[in-house]
Design a binder for this molecule. Sequence first.
Ligand SMILES: [Cu+2]
Length: 161
Amino acid sequence: MDLRIFFISLTCVSALIGPGVLWGAEEGEPVVSEITITAHNSELRFDTEKFTVKAGQKVKLTLVNPADSINLQPHNLLIIEPGTLAEIGTAANAELADPSFLSDRHAVPTSNYVIHHTKLLLPGESETLEFVAPTFAGDYPFLCSYPGHWSVMHGIMVVEN
Ligand SMILES: [Cu+2]
């Protein structure tokens, strides 16, 4: 492509994407909801059991596996469809039979119910997911799907209108 045309198209794109246009936030509402969830350094649990976002809102969700971890467990974080916690947790435990489940697949079971997920994080690592909250209000579970963790490492992302 002609370089000049390329720069002109870039300019057009930035003119089109104003801040309000990007997220469609109403006045007075936070444009981006930023949440940090930290895994406990010795117990199998997150420090957050519940957080609330607006339907369709831009969300930055950070998972922290603390550097001072005592149990040295890897953790991930999945956001899944309402009402599917036990199914996804059970699937994660079962898929451990696949040798690549932890190494390549980050302990994320294959399912259409998984909406967003981080990688499997070692102690001292963190990852931020940036996504748009579901447009349908509801209680969306989040969990760590490392085999054996889900039944105690889970919480709820409340999506409200
Ligand atoms: Cu975990």
